[in-house]
Design a protein around this ligand. Structure first.
Ligand code: R5P
Length: 268
């Protein structure tokens, strides 16, 4: 693999553990001011020391994030519909050029393919163009799969969508955790991370992360289950303990509760 691309990937997937905690705050690209991200900078700044990369749009990056901060950026470069449209998330195109991604010094670009949706061909072909352009500059690509209301989220579908993304040339696949997730990972030749999905109780989110890692995922690309937690700074550290330190979900919940109550200090 090209040195520059490997270097960028190594900034996200930490060589010491081979794992990654990706903090997703790109929801505004179709949902507007999502609960917890109304003041994105205030929500995100305290979380940055515990994130391996920040996933967001170029507008959020330019308007909310200090360029002096040391955090690798995963830039969302797809969009085109809003939550007000019944086709929201089912028909995305490119929303940012590779030149602007380079100008923003990003470590990765992320694009949604809508496998099984009416416009799957458009998204697959546009993502292929993005991969060609990113590849020319050594920028890794993350393929977001399996979003959309009507998709049956099972291991068969996730395997299909994930393998498809990898065969297109993506470097990382982001998908959702399902029963039989080891089959999804085993048939995908590139690293897989899971999205968190809608907010669920902390223990369930930590158990889902544990199960995904045990099945072979290299990490999480998690948003709402971190920034909508009662204590987001405690939650991201608990998630980190699962992903990087091999913590059981119960132990991670204990860490969350201790940090939340102020019983133990934040990790450095
Ligand atoms: C969806 O495609 C967005 O990219 C979100 O970043 C993604 O779903 C992860 O966020 P959450 O953990 O809130 O689902």
């Amino acid at each position: 693999m090209d040195w520059g691309k490997q270097n960028r990937l190594s900034r996200i997937i930490k060589p010491a553990t081979g794992k990654a905690v990706m903090l997703a705050v790109d929801h505004g690209y179709f949902m507007g001011p999502t609960t917890g991200l109304e003041q994105l900078d205030q929500a995100v700044n305290p979380l940055l020391p515990y994130a391996d990369t920040l996933m967001l749009t170029r507008g959020a990056l330019r308007n909310y994030i200090d360029p002096g901060v040391d955090i690798p950026i995963t830039l969302r470069v797809s969009g085109g519909t809003s939550i007000l449209n019944k086709e929201a998330l089912l028909h995305e195109g490119a929303t940012c050029s590779i030149e602007d991604a380079i100008r923003l010094n990003v470590s990765c670009v992320a694009f949604s393919i809508l496998v099984g949706a009416e416009y799957e061909r458009d998204t697959i072909l546009t993502f292929s163009e993005i991969i060609d352009e990113a590849q020319a500059y050594g920028i890794p690509t993350l393929c977001v799969t399996a979003v959309g209301r009507d998709m049956v989220r099972d291991a068969r579908y996730m395997s299909l969508a994930s393998r498809l993304g990898a065969e297109l040339g993506a470097d990382i696949i982001k998908t959702y955790y399902v029963d039989g997730f080891d089959k999804v990972v085993d048939s995908c030749p590139v690293p897989v991370v899971i999205a968190g999905g809608k907010k669920i109780p902390e223990l369930e989110a930590l158990q889902m992360a544990r199960n995904a890692i045990d099945a072979g995922a290299i990490g999480v690309d998690m948003g709402r289950n971190i920034f909508q937690a009662d204590d987001p700074v405690a939650m991201i550290q608990a998630v980190r303990s699962v992903v990087h330190d091999g913590a059981a979900a119960d132990d991670a919940l204990g860490l969350y509760q201790s940090l939340k109550s102020g019983e133990v200090g934040a990790a450095t």
